[in-house]
Design a binder for this molecule. Structure first.
Ligand code: NCD
Length: 297
C-alpha cells in the first residue's frame, strides 16, 4: 500500500497507526528482516531520509540509498527508467522530488509500494503523520479539539499542506493562519477551513501586529521555502518566535516546526518547555517504523 497523500486517511486508520507506533518496540518484526527499503531523494534531506533509514534498520530490515549525482542520470537516463530499475532492487521506495507531479507519475510505473517523501510544494504525508502524533502524545486523544496557528510560507510549505489535510478529519479542531508577506494560503484553503471547522472566513487570517498567543494550543512554524520562490519574488520572514513570546502562550501549549529552522525560531526557545520540535524528530522514528511495519503486514 503506497502513501502519496494525506487525503485518503481516515481517523480510524490514523488511530491504528498511532497505537502501532505506541507499541512498536513490543512487537515482533522478523518478517521485515529480509526486506529492503530504497531511499531516492532528488532534494536535500536530513531527517526524512535518515529517519526512514533508522526506522527500517531498527525493524531489522535493510536500506539502499540512491545517489543521484553519481548515477546514470548523468548519462542522460530518464527518471522513469531509473525508477523502474531501482524498483527491482527493493521492496519499498521512499521518493522525494522537487516537481509536484513526479512522485505520483512514477508510482504508477512500479509494482512496489512508494512513500511520498515530499513532492515539491505539494505534500509531505509522513511528516504530517508524525506532527499529528506529536500532538496526540502531548494532549492525548483530546488533540481532536485543539486550536492550531500555522505561521510561515503557507503557499509552499508541503508539511503545512499535508497536516492541514489531516486536521480536516477532525472538525472540532480550529485552524488559524499567519503568512509571510505574499505567501498567503489560497481562497480554496480558507473556504475549506471555514466550512469543515465552522469558522467564519474573516477570522481565519491573523495579523502580525495583533496576535493573541493565549488562543492557541499549538503554534506550528515553518521556514521561508526560498528554493521555491521565483527570482523576482521579493519577500522575507517577518516573524521570530522568542522565549519571551513563547511565555505568552498557554502553559500547556506547544511550539512545533518540521525543521530545518532558519531565523523564525530563536535558539532561546529550545529551553522553553513548550518547545516540541526535537520531540517531533524522535516521534518521526516511531511513526515511520509503524508505517513500514503496516506496509509489510
Ligand atoms: C521539511 C520539508 O522537506 O518539506 N523538512 C522535513 O522533511 N522535515 C520542511 C522544510 O524543508 O522546510
Amino acid at each position: 500500500m503506497s502513501l502519496l497523500s494525506c487525503q485518503d486517511w481516515t481517523p480510524q486508520q490514523i488511530q491504528h497507526l498511532f497505537l502501532t507506533a505506541d507499541n512498536i518496540h513490543q512487537q515482533s518484526h522478523t518478517h521485515i528482516r529480509d526486506k529492503i527499503l530504497i531511499n531516492v531523494f532528488f532534494e536535500p534531506s536530513t531527517r526524512t531520509s535518515l529517519s526512514f533509514e533508522c526506522a527500517m534498520k531498527r525493524l531489522g530490515g535493510q536500506v539502499i540509498t540512491f545517489q543521484k549525482d553519481s548515477s546514470s542520470l548523468k548519462k542522460g537516463e530518464s527518471l522513469e527508467d531509473t525508477i523502474r530499475t531501482l524498483s527491482q532492487y527493493g521492496d519499498l521506495m521512499v521518493l522525494r522530488h522537487p516537481q509536484l507531479e513526479q512522485v505520483s507519475l512514477v508510482s504508477s510505473l512500479i509494482d512496489i509500494p512508494i512513500i511520498n517523501g515530499g513532492n515539491g510544494h505539494g505534500e509531505h504525508p509522513t511528516q504530517a503523520l508524525l506532527d499529528l502524533y506529536t500532538m496526540y502524545k502531548h494532549f492525548g486523544t483530546n488533540f481532536q479539539t485543539k486550536t492550531i496557528l500555522f505561521i510561515g510560507d503557507l503557499k509552499h510549505s508541503r508539511t503545512i499542506h499535508s497536516l492541514m489535510l489531516l486536521i480536516h478529519k477532525y472538525p472540532k479542531m480550529n485552524i488559524y493562519l499567519l503568512a509571510y508577506p505574499g505567501l498567503e494560503a489560497d481562497e480554496q484553503t480558507l473556504q475549506r477551513i471555514s466550512s469543515i471547522h465552522s469558522q467564519s472566513k474573516n477570522s481565519i487570517t491573523i495579523q502580525f501586529n495583533n496576535i493573541n498567543y493565549k488562543l492557541f494550543d499549538v503554534i506550528y512554524i515553518t521556514r521561508l521555502q526560498k528554493e521555491r520562490l521565483d527570482k523576482e519574488q521579493q519577500t522575507y520572514c517577518n516573524f521570530m518566535m522568542t522565549n519571551q513570546i513563547a511565555n505568552k502562550m498557554k502553559e500547556d501549549a506547544i511550539i512545533m516546526h518540521p525543521l530545518p529552522r532558519n531565523e523564525e525560531i530563536a535558539p532561546d526557545v529550545d529551553k522553553n518547555h513548550r518547545c516540541h520540535y526535537f520531540k517531533q524528530v524522535k516521534y518521526g522514528i516511531l511513526i515511520r517504523m509503524a508505517l513500514i511495519s503496516n506496509i509489510f503486514k
